[in-house]
Ligand binder design. Structure first.
Ligand code: GTP
Ligand code: MG
Length: 602
């Protein structure tokens, strides 16, 4: 249970379980697509396609193609047959390739080093060149090949059985490897068209004499080579970011949010392959983005071999489920990425405790939500079973664990309170450094107190508060006096509530301090929004913290204009560079004045 990921795994197992249980009772010879108006005899004919077995080394035989074209001509609808590498027909559907395609979650997951191992033979009523949507459907399924048969409109049954004359011509289509060098550009650009090959029309004879194995082996070797060239580290998540810009948010703010999300993913150890954006007046209730965008994400995930989709906003459990079903890749929101970073960073027992609590609190309503969604569908056959029971047990186990962890956090809180009380009895004033993550708080504490606590160009480098003694000249007498200065966990825009709750023992170091030093990274393009976020989080704290001094850091990498602007806007602030020890004497003096003021006004 110490591994919080196991909770999520169970969660995903449940999703998967529900998806596979349905086909169980259904007949194997299901005909997919629109069956309206079909006669029983026509349905039989379609079902008989399942009895065909094709040779493994041919795309199709003439006989199979004619039979498929015959049914299609009879029902005046396109028909698709999907065939695996063993030559078995695994799916038959009435409609185009995009209408009959295999749902993402039912596709074997080969990653983009391989094709899906399934080919499709499809009929097309008109003789036109295959349409874009058909080729997109091919790419989304990573089909081995797609053969499209155009129809003559008539034909006849031979005396010995089997039809002839139904197929007019054939097109052969398949995905193409990207070619060297192009990969890189595709990663940064908005979704480049997926490269594919479409033959000119050929006779059915030529198509059925093509060597299928040769073609597919050649393609896969090429895909594999490119995949290896991408230097894919199997431990790292390959990530697509998805941003939804609603009316409420400016383009600049939206882009800053996406840039921060990319850094979060990077810090968590993922590789961002591509960012997809959509403008909507409000998120789609079921899938956040619209149907077209969902398809685009699925296609990009298939082509780029993504293993994770990260959304820039909170997702409801139902939205996650809907998206995962459509895209076929794990979907998480921003909060989960932040929780994951915290889980990786937590070093001390207290830190680990708080992270686990936060993760459980985040996942609990999601498990519950799932239970409610299932019961809303009504009880009865097929709804009972290990899924629901397991979920209930799991939920209760998590609740018990949360209660126990909360108790431990309470003890931690009491312990920290006793430490602070002892300091207060000795009447040592306390100062807490707060600020947006990566502002330079730990670096400042190090340079002020000659310490060596961990500071790094990462988000959430610090999780546990660290206190050090700092000697500063008294504001009036200039006599050296000791205060305690505490480095704290960084804040972030829209801090997940589960984190605020779980880290309250740590955050109390902030609320209990005599005064605050609010450090701002002036070199960050979004520094103003970051000040705003920190202020908002501070006002949400149960106890209002003491007076605060604003300090702008990293002035060494700030242009003159920004510096002048900030000085005009915040004339009371201090301007420093912690890394280059600039402005520290002024800072010490101002801290002394602040402490003096805070004590006098208590
Ligand atoms: N250029 C410049 N970089 C700085 C300065 N101060 C800190 N940094 C860099 O900023 C990065 C973040 O510093 P930290 O001290 O870890 O920041 P923090 O606020 O403690 O961050 P978290 O603990 O992650 O919230 C590090 O790479 C520092 O080297 C500065 O004055 N100038
Ligand atoms: Mg830090």
């Amino acid at each position: 249970m110490s591994d919080p990921i196991s909770v999520l795994k169970t969660h995903f197992f449940v999703i998967f379980w529900e998806n596979v249980k349905q086909p169980k009772g259904a007949p194997i010879e299901t005909i997919h697509g629109n069956l309206q108006g079909l006669k029983p005899s026509q349905l039989k004919q379609l079902q008989r396609l399942y009895h065909q077995k094709l040779p493994g080394d041919r795309i199709t035989t003439s006989e199979f193609a004619q039979r498929l074209a015959g049914v299609s001509t009879d029902i005046k609808e396109p028909v698709c047959a999907y065939i695996n590498r063993r030559g078995q027909v695994i799916r038959v559907g009435v409609g185009t390739v995009s209408q009959t395609r295999i749902p993402a979650l039912e596709l074997p997951r080969y990653g983009n080093g391989r094709l899906s191992g399934i080919r499709c033979i499809a009929t097309q009523l008109k003789s036109d060149v295959p349409r874009e949507s058909v080729l997109t459907a091919m790419a989304m399924q990573r089909l081995d090949v797609l053969a499209i048969l155009t129809l003559t409109g008539s034909g006849f049954e031979r005396r010995g059985g089997g039809g002839t004359g139904y197929v007019k011509e054939a097109y052969l289509a398949h995905l193409l490897p990207q070619g060297e060098g192009e990969n890189q550009t595709q990663l940064d650009s908005p979704l480049a068209p997926v490269p594919y090959y479409v033959s000119s029309p050929m006779s059915l004879d030529v198509l059925s004499n093509q060597d299928f194995l040769d073609l597919v082996d050649g393609l896969e070797a090429e895909f594999q080579r490119e995949f290896v060239a991408l230097d894919v580290n199997s431990d790292q998540d390959r990530v697509l970011l998805v941003g939804v810009q609603t009316d409420k948010i400016s383009t600049q703010r939206f882009e800053e949010g996406l840039a921060e999300l990319a850094r979060l993913v990077d810090t968590a150890g993922g590789i961002v392959l591509q960012t997809l954006r959509q403008k909507r007046s409000r998120p789609h209730p079921q899938t956040v983005v619209g149907e077209g965008k969902t398809q685009e994400i699925a296609l990009a995930a298939q082509t780029l071999g993504a293993t994770l989709i990260v959304f820039d906003r909170s997702l409801s459990p139902a939205q996650v489920r809907n998206l995962e079903t459509r895209i076929g890749v794990r979907v998480v929101d921003r909060t989960e990425v932040i929780l994951d970073i915290f889980a990786q960073r937590a070093q001390s027992g207290a830190g680990k405790l708080q992270v686990e609590l936060a993760q459980l609190e985040y996942s609990l309503p999601r498990l519950t939500g799932r239970g409610q969604a299932m019961s809303r569908l009504g009880g009865g056959i097929g709804t009972r079973g290990p899924g629901e029971t397991k979920l209930e047990t799991e939920r209760r186990a998590i609740q018990r664990r949360i209660a126990r962890l909360q108790q431990e956090v309470n003890q931690l809180q009491a312990h920290r309170a006793r430490l602070r009380q002892r300091r207060q009895r000795q009447e040592v004033p306390t100062l807490a450094i707060v600020g947006y993550t990566n502002a330079g708080k730990s670096t400042l504490l190090n340079v002020l107190t000659a310490s060596e606590i961990y500071a790094a160009d990462q988000l959430f480098a610090t999780l546990d508060p660290t206190s050090r003694r700092l000697t500063i000249p008294d504001a009036i007498t200039e006599e050296p006096q000791n205060i305690v200065i505490t480095d704290t966990v960084g804040f972030i825009h829209e801090l997940p509530p589960a984190l605020i709750d779980a880290f309250r023992a740590t955050l109390e170091e902030v609320t209990d301090a005599d005064a605050l030093l609010h450090l701002v990274d002036l070199s960050h393009p979004a520094w103003q929004a970051q000040i705003q976020s920190v202020m908002e989080i501070l006002t949400q704290m149960p106890i209002t913290p003491g007076p605060a001094l604003l300090a702008f850091n990293k002035i060494d990498s700030v242009d003159g204009e920004t510096l002048r602007f900030a000085q005009e806007e915040y004339p009371q602030a201090v301007f420093i560079s912690a890394a280059n020890a600039l402005g520290l004497e002024t800072l010490r003096r101002r801290i002394a004045q602040l402490i003096d003021y805070a004590i006098a006004n208590q």
